[in-house]
Design a protein around this ligand. Structure first.
Ligand code: NI
Length: 177
């Protein structure tokens, strides 16, 4: 496994539609392992293949559900790692939520972005097996942000409310995807 450099704007790979994976080859397995390591090191809670310069429909997410609003007394939930190949949003709620987002490919900026409150995602796992998952709140936001990356869409396309983060208010890893 190795850490790959994270591509930032205005690299054109971030604006291309990623190609579906036809076959899960050793190269794809290697890409997934590298993406997990790169996401953890960044640190971030999600990473899409175009962010390491690869225009393939692969993304990883690692997040402890509910940790964005955990109260101090609550037992922290364990982090869960998700690997998605060729993911699609198959259903989503009508209702949307506004929330703050950052992106590893747009360093030092944040924005307030409207996202669906719940989404159902259909995908293949890293072994090519199909699965479905339902996410809400921040986890749903992360999936929507990463699937956007696979379509060449960045959070700055979805909001006009974007601001530069001052060095003293460093971006929280949990908000960076
Ligand atoms: Ni991002």
């Amino acid at each position: 496994m190795s850490i790959r450099p994270i591509v930032t704007v205005p690299d054109p790979v971030l604006r291309e539609k990623a190609k579906p994976v036809r076959k899960i080859t050793p190269e794809i397995q290697n890409l997934i392992d590298d993406m997990i390591e790169t996401m953890r090191q960044a640190p971030g809670v999600g990473l899409a293949a175009p962010q390491v310069g690869v225009g393939m429909q692969v993304m990883v997410v690692e997040y402890a559900e509910g940790s964005e609003n955990a109260d101090a007394d609550a037992e922290p939930k364990p982090k869960k790692l998700y690997t998605l190949v060729n993911p699609k949003i198959s259903r989503h709620s009508k209702e949307t939520e506004l929330g703050k987002e950052g992106c590893l490919s747009i360093p030092d900026y944040m924005g307030e972005v409207e996202r669906y409150g719940t989404v159902t995602v259909k995908s293949l796992d890293r072994h090519g097996k199909s699965f479905k998952l339902k996410a809400r709140g921040w986890l749903a936001r992360i999936f929507q942000h990463e699937i956007d990356h696979l379509n060449g869409v960045l959070f700055i396309d979805r909001t006009e409310n974007v601001w530069k983060v001052e060095p003293e208010e460093a971006q929280e890893a949990s908000e960076t995807v």
